[in-house]
Design a protein around this ligand. Sequence first.
Ligand code: VGL
Ligand code: ZN
Length: 235
Amino acid sequence: MTATGTTKPALIVVDMQEDFCPPNGSLAVQDGRSIASVINRLLAKPGFATRVFTKDYHPANHISFATNHPGPENKPFESCIEMKNPASGKGSETKAQRLWPVHCVTGTAGAAIIPEMNISSTDLVVHKGMRFDVEMYSVFADAFGNCDPGTNSHSVSVDVAAVLTQQGITDVFVVGLAGDYCVKDTAIDAAKAGFKSYIVEEGTKCVDAAGWDDVKKELITAGVRLVSIDDPIVE
Ligand code: VGL
Ligand code: ZN
């Protein structure tokens, strides 16, 4: 990828954290660790104007943890609960929230970026999912589309869309974990925010690998382009 007069690309590396990787991650994505080398190859390409790492970063009482919804009916991976929009005056708006094992809790070893990642060229690290009462897969907005950057009771540490826009970024390339959750929602929101949005397919793995073909259709409908690391656009 080359920055030209009209193109200024960013790379967003999503949630390459211990809890999403085998062998010990609590929410390990099959072969999740194996994509580190592909992502490191991308990070080394000189054309990216900025390189962002995201970290899923939840308080222990996060709404997505099955353990926070006691009862035999609430099982990680299998069950959903109803989640309310926490934005003021929006509490009647609800969404189904899939329940997960406890993962990426603030300050724990599981929340650390895996050591295989070359983080030396990182420009920005963004923490997301920090509000206990709402899910946030996309680094741009929570499950209801709210973006509330800040440090105390806020979902996200930085308004990434504002930062990228301020830098004149035109194109956003997304990789990392998981393809069917945080990578997907981040790429869709990048397109919504007006960036040309790409997912480099070799640079992601899914929680539900068998569902990737359907997810790809959704991504294409949302304006996200799926590319290969060997595609000339990813120089
Ligand atoms: C993710 C499930 C729960 C992800 C985060 O990074 O894709 N998936 N939290
Ligand atoms: Zn999470």
